[in-house]
Design a protein around this ligand. Structure first.
Ligand code: 5GP
Length: 180
């Protein structure tokens, strides 16, 4: 495993190793297994960043569930923008369903807040948020993340699905930007 990697001339150092991620994913799944036992929730995965997390998480869920994807884009390089673009809309109807939104990271919170508001207008039976990473120091909105993988400081991260301008998603570990 590389201790340091470079992407687009930026240096990143190893932050959370694959084994630790998978262990945490298993713990989150365990919590969800007791909450959703006997239900068939609709899981909405927010592309692109959460594809790897969603895949590992779903393999550990023991209740029946449906999976749908939504794609939004709000990042430009290492800077979040408040301008949200919905690139793939929701195809399933959340009305009366137990919905679980799966995100890679909640940073400013604008993306998740926008999605929560959108889904709530459709009257789901319940709505919970599951995010692999949470950066509370960066929150600009009130967000209640039910299932949190790791609470991290204000550092830009890549790997395990997360990218820097398109690169780094395939890395099995999470790396953080050096000297940030
Ligand atoms: P928010 O709307 O909460 O500011 O940002 C949410 C989205 O921004 C995430 O789904 C993710 O795609 C992207 N993002 C936020 N922080 C980071 C980060 O540290 N690294 C990467 N690669 N993407 C991030």
């Amino acid at each position: 495993m590389e201790k340091e990697i470079s992407i687009h001339d930026k240096i990143f150092s190893i932050y959370i190793q694959e084994e630790a991620i998978l262990e945490r994913v298993q713990e989150l799944a365990k919590e969800m297994n007791s909450r959703y036992h006997g239900e068939t929730p609709l899981i909405i995965s927010v592309l692109n960043g959460s594809f790897m997390f969603t895949s590992d998480l779903l393999k550990k869920l023991e209740f029946s569930c449906e999976l749908s994807f939504i794609r939004v884009s709000s990042y430009n390089g290492t800077e979040s923008t408040k301008q949200m673009k919905e690139l793939i809309g929701l195809t399933e109807n959340p009305e009366g369903r137990h919905v679980i939104l799966v995100e890679d990271i909640v940073d400013t919170g604008h993306t998740i807040t926008m999605l929560v508001n959108q889904i709530m207008t459709k009257n789901p039976a319940s709505l919970s948020i599951c995010s692999l990473l949470v950066k509370p120091d960066r929150h600009e909105t009130e967000v209640d993340v039910t299932y949190k993988g790791f609470v991290i400081p204000d550092r830009f991260v890549v790997g395990y699905g997360l990218d820097l301008d398109g690169l780094g998603r395939n890395l099995p570990h999470i790396y953080q930007l050096k000297n940030n």
